[in-house]
Ligand binder design. Sequence first.
Ligand code: FE2
Length: 200
Amino acid sequence: MAFELPALPYAQDALEPHITANTLSFHHGKHHNAYVTNLNNMLGDAAGSSEDDLIKVMKDSAGDASKAGIFNNSAQIWNHTFYWHSMKPNGGGAPTGDLATKIDATFGSLDKFKEEFKAACIGQFGSGWAWLVVEGGDLKIVKTLNADCPLVHGQTPLLTCDVWEHAYYLDFQNRRPDYAQTFLDSLVNWDFAAANLAKA
Ligand code: FE2
């Protein structure tokens, strides 16, 4: 079996008015799908179909210039699936429990975290991702370029925001700061981040 495009965890219009069905039809239906098609064309059916298979492909190709296409497409498949789950309808609000405690201890307050995360979204020059990760037991905000993924840097992602222009241009045009603020205020899925922290 080859890799398949994972379904969105909500309806295509579920994030409106913040992210429209039009954006998700292109972002999930065209961009995410193209990474799946590309990887299957490169590897055939033998590479597998599960998330574990996908992570193995990603890790085995990381840092190998001769396998850049395999890395870029496998990482983009994983990154996008993780991004869909990093958002939910009526998201935003505040984390609770252990995650809330760790955010306060690390960043000072939720508002300070949001400031730093938004700065990471804005400060990633060109295409890439902003992430909240755990590394060595500590929370960190990191940025990655293009398809790069914290999983190949010994970090455990808790949530991510896609800052490629294709993620926001139809809804926000060039206003990446507004998109990042909307992600934090109205879309972020703290339950997903907390579940990832519990597994870390
Ligand atoms: Fe994307």
